[in-house]
Structure formats: C-alpha cells, structure tokens
Design a protein around this ligand. Structure first.
Ligand SMILES: Cc1ncc(COP(=O)(O)O)c(C=O)c1O
Length: 344
C-alpha cells in the first residue's frame, strides 16, 4: 500500500480513514476542506498523514496542442495563479498531523504535444522555488500526472515513453539548476498508456437497418454500457470484422449500441466488408476507461473479460447475468406508514 497514491476531489471521511488505516503511500490532497478534514482524522488516529498537494498549474493540454495559461476554472486541485496553492502550503506547515511531501499536477489526457509536459515541469519547479523562498519549505517530490496519448484513431501518433521522460526531465533539471535547487524525486501516473492499447472489444452484430441515401445502422450487442466514451466525449474508434479480416471494405456503416438512447452510437461512418448479422465486430484500443467506466444502464449485463496471449486465453472477469443485476434490489414487504401519511 505504500506505493498507492490516493486521489479524488471529494474523498469521504470513511475513505480518508481507510487510507490512513491501510497506510497508503500518499494522500493527494485536492482542496483546503480536505486538508482540514484529513488533519483532524489523522489526529484522531494518532498519525501524521503523508500528503502531496494537487495543484491546478494553468497548463491545459489537449491532444495536439496545449494552452499555457488559464484553466483556473477546474474542479480539481489548488489554483496556482490566485495564491490558493501557496496558502495551502502554509496551512500544511502549521498542521500537526500533516506531512507535506510535495506537489502534484495532471494536465490532461491523450497528450501528443510533449512540450506541454516540459512546460508543466517548469511551472511546477517555479512553484517549488516560490514556496522555498516564501515559506521556507523545500518540496522533495513532484508528481507530474499521466496523459500519455495512445492510438485510437487515424491521426493519433503516440510518442515513445523515453521521449516523454526525456523532455520532462530535461526541463525539470534545467529549472532546478537555474534556481539552485536539488532535483526532486519525480513520479508519473500513466494510466491508459499501460492498458489501453491491449484491449479489444468483440461485439456480435444483430439488427441492420439501411435507410437508402441516408445511413446504414448496424446494431451490436453492447454499446454505451460497456464503452461510454463515444457518448460522453465523442471519442472515435476504429473497427474491423474479426471473422472476415481478409475481406476488402465494401461499405460505410454506423455502429449503434443497444441502449434506448439515440446518442448510443459507438462509431459513426466506419468502412467494413458487407456486414451481416452474426459477424463479429472488433473495436480496438478499449483496454482503458471501458470496463472501469461501464454501467448497467437499461439493466443490461456487462460482458466478460478474457486475458489472451501466446495462444492461451483465461477468463478474468465473468459475464454478468440477470441475477447479478437484481442482486441488491430489495422489495418492500409493506408500505411504510410515513409514506401512507404523506399520501393522505
Ligand atoms: C490524477 C490523474 N492522474 C493520472 C491519470 C491518468 O491519465 P491517462 O490515463 O490519460 O494517462 C488521471 C486520469 O484521469 C488522473 O486523473
């Protein structure tokens, strides 16, 4: 557990207590409310909580670009620009049951513009210097978050991890040298780049509806329940027919999920061989933020997950059935008297 970094913008009292009980490595404090709460909980437990402060550094990275300033309007973290972050550091130093280890930032996801990491590293090192000058505190650790982009769709060009590490560390070391400060320990939090590319979702094709001159809808036995990303933020995916992989593309179709939402579309306009009911559609790059984001909307059971490598396959999550879906349902035996009173 000492290698766990516990995040969240609204951690509950129970979660914070659990984090202390299990001795997680770092609690990533997101806001001043949490700081006070954690200090009180740690005092009660007779512990000193090891924390990092999550900062909102004013670097907003998008897929192929980044914005240097702004982004103070975020639910995550303590804002650098308006002095909130510095006052949080000063507060940490006053609190008896808080041990401040350093600072964290996460500038976004699906980042291909690596200069944005260099910029984030510079901004964070500049903050380390300001805090050192103004509060006499020297941060030992910097956590620069995740965000390394993966291949989902044709314009995505993932960069090697080494390139990302080099750009970040060169910028950090240069700033440390310029400020005459030691280089802090650097931690990163790559998320989807670890597991995203290794996942493929297999759907069975069912109903096909051709609206001549308009569009061919091809429905599959899943959708936003197993992959909410297209509906949530218009994510784009590539797909092929796994059972007819060698056939030439013959038509453009759109892949519809089976939920009762017109927005439950997995892919708009994908080229495939002529599709038939029963074909297996393989959608790639679904190993991150798919099962973890999945849901039972429309009370649809979630699919199984299988680990496959070197001609071996192993079930790692079993398919849900209808009994799973009603496992937590409780049928009232009789109407509660207060409800009856309200009805009167
Ligand atoms: C604090 C933090 N760190 C790391 C990550 C991982 O991001 P990614 O999967 O884009 O690398 C996230 C994702 O939202 C995050 O919120």
């Amino acid at each position: 557990m000492d290698r766990v970094y516990f995040h969240g913008n609204n951690k509950s009292v129970e979660e914070l207590k659990m984090a202390l009980d299990y001795k997680v490595g770092r609690i990533m404090v997101d806001n001043l409310y949490e700081l006070g709460l954690l200090n009180a909980i740690a005092a009660e437990a007779g512990q000193k909580a090891k924390i990092m402060l999550r900062l909102s550094p004013g670097v907003e990275a998008h897929t192929h670009e980044y914005i240097k300033t702004g982004q103070i309007d975020s639910k995550f973290g303590l804002t650098l620009e308006n002095g909130m972050a510095l006052s949080a550091v000063k507060r940490c130093l006053e609190l008896d049951n808080i041990e401040l280890k350093g600072f964290h930032c996460h500038i976004g996801s699906q980042i291909f513009e690596l200069q944005s990491y260099a910029h984030a590293a510079e901004v964070m090192m500049s903050f380390v210097r300001s805090v050192h000058q103004e509060a006499g505190y020297l941060a030992q650790e910097l956590n620069l978050g995740g965000g390394l982009g993966i291949y989902y769709f044709r314009d995505d060009q993932p960069r090697p991890v080494k390139e990302y590490a080099d750009i970040m560390m060169v910028a950090l070391k240069e700033k440390a040298r310029e400020f005459g400060l030691p280089v802090p320990k650097v931690i990163v939090e790559p998320g989807r780049s670890i597991s995203g590319p290794s996942g493929t979702t297999l759907y069975t094709i069912g109903a096909i509806k051709d609206i001549p001159g308009i569009r061919k809808y091809v429905s599959v036995d899943g959708g936003m329940g197993d992959n909410p990303r297209p509906a949530l933020y218009q994510s784009r995916y590539e797909a092929c027919l796994a059972n007819r992989i060698t056939e030439e593309d013959a038509e453009t179709v759109s892949i519809a999920g089976k939920c009762c939402e017109s927005g439950d579309m997995l892919i708009w306009d994908v080229e495939l061989p002529e599709v038939q009911a029963g074909d297996i559609l393989a959608v790639s790059s679904t190993g991150a933020y798919n099962y973890s984001m999945s849901m039972n909307y429309n009370r649809l059971p979630r699919p199984a997950m299988v680990l496959a490598a070197n001609n071996k396959a192993e079930l790692i999550i079993r398919r849900e059935d209808y009994a799973d879906l009603i496992r937590n349902d409780v049928l009232p035996e009789r109407l509660d008297s207060s409800v009856v009173n309200l009805a009167k």
